[in-house]
Write a protein of this length. Sequence first.
Length: 553
Amino acid sequence: MRAGQRSFDELGTPLADVTFVVLDLETTGASPQTYAITEVGAVKFRGGELLGTFQTLVNPGMAVPPEITYLTGITEAMVLPAPPIEAVLGPLASFVENNVIVGHNVRFDLRFLAAAMDRHGWPRFTNVVVDTCALARRLIRDEVPNCRLATLAQHLRSGHRPTHRALDDAWATAEVLHALLERAGTLGVLALDDLVALPSITGHPQLSKLKLVANLPRCAGVYLFRDRSARVLYVGKAVDLRRRVRSYFSGDERRKVGALLREVASIDHIVCTNELQASVLEVRLIHELAPHYNRHAKLWRRYAYVKLTLDERFPRLSVVRAARAGDGCLYLGPLGSSSVARQVVEAIQTAAPIRRCTGRPARTLRPSPCAPAQLGVATCPCAGTISQSDYRVIVDRVVDGLTRDPSLLLDPLAARMQALAQAQRYEEAADMRNRAAALARVLTRQRRLDALRQAGRLELRLPDDAWAVVEAGLLQSTGTDGGGHPPPGLPLPVEGTGDPRGPLPRHMADEVATIASWLDSRATKVRIVACAGELSSPLPRLPTFEPLDGGPT
């Protein structure tokens, strides 16, 4: 099967409303480059009702080989008075129109037709195509010795049997198709897009569960896989719920998918107004339910911050789990894990000799500086090697690097990386590059999320006459011009939105990041109607230190 140039709505047409044209050709040989068509037969029907037939012999313009005459009964005397293929293509195209083409090993027939159409200046068929041989391999392969048309017609007790004549074979194929559609219906294959996708379900071990997809609508929303105890196993979002869930049976080779489908007993869904609403609801449901098979957004309580302790006389960097608004400190994050946060801390400490010793420096000086200070990679106010005013210069440079001018931190890292590479200390240079890349990624993300939060109330016009209101980085409402609908399923986060000028709370991070990414990816399709604050940033673009694909690591 292959999908042609049909609209999304047409592909979702119930099978009872689809017009099928079952096509079969007879030829003088196997290759369209050296052989030609001798007969065309077609049957058109919809909902089991016959709409018409098409049959004609074709003058191939060459001799009919004896073995072809023996196989089909078509002789040279029969095709000599017949019209040439160029006279047949027009009536055939009018008969087929834009309907679904069906055939048994249909690619063979379409190759001959394509060659003839190319030769005589006709556009090729772009219709949706259904191959009964491919369907049979998915539905009844274990019931028959092979999937030849004659074998299938006998097994399925078709009233017509193939005779190697075009119209007879088209009738036999049509009856085989009807029998296969009945089998497919037991799996929930009730519409054209379901039928087109069925052959890609390559003998899936959980094929019997495909019927769970049958009741899903073809619209944006969120789906929930549940086990026999109704416990939610996985939450996902989709622009087309039915198509997305069906894809789990169609060649998704991720290791967890097989285990997930083995446990699934039911599939629930929540219809959303648009994709943005579905994306936000997915995050909120994952936060609320923590499904076993989800990874993204589930571990938000483990997120960490990089903290610069500006509430101390001699500030330092630390990794913390929670950010306290109003404590006067500077926070980066939340970040996905403590290990990422530590890598960012190492990057900053490499770029600026901020102190690394823990605790608060006492009024009484220590006899010797800490180990990092002795190695020359940090300062140590505990031993009196630097005054508070001189140390403040270092801290101000770190603050400016994190908030205003990232080059103050990234340039020293780049210089250090180049020096190590020139000294042929490549592993150390790669480690320095990784630190710089981690810091650049975090600063880029921080800018995006802070800008969205500080924009205040955003009123957006989305594609398809939809709208949305985002405030402090969270989705407040969305809908279409016909009416507004708050995001279904969960209320807005109850832990508070926090001060947009302060650190981003962990429970908000995934939703703000989701909305920011969604807006970035659709920047040319979304129009900002109103913005209470500022959404753009006057800061320069940050460099990237990511390694090139295929380059040295």
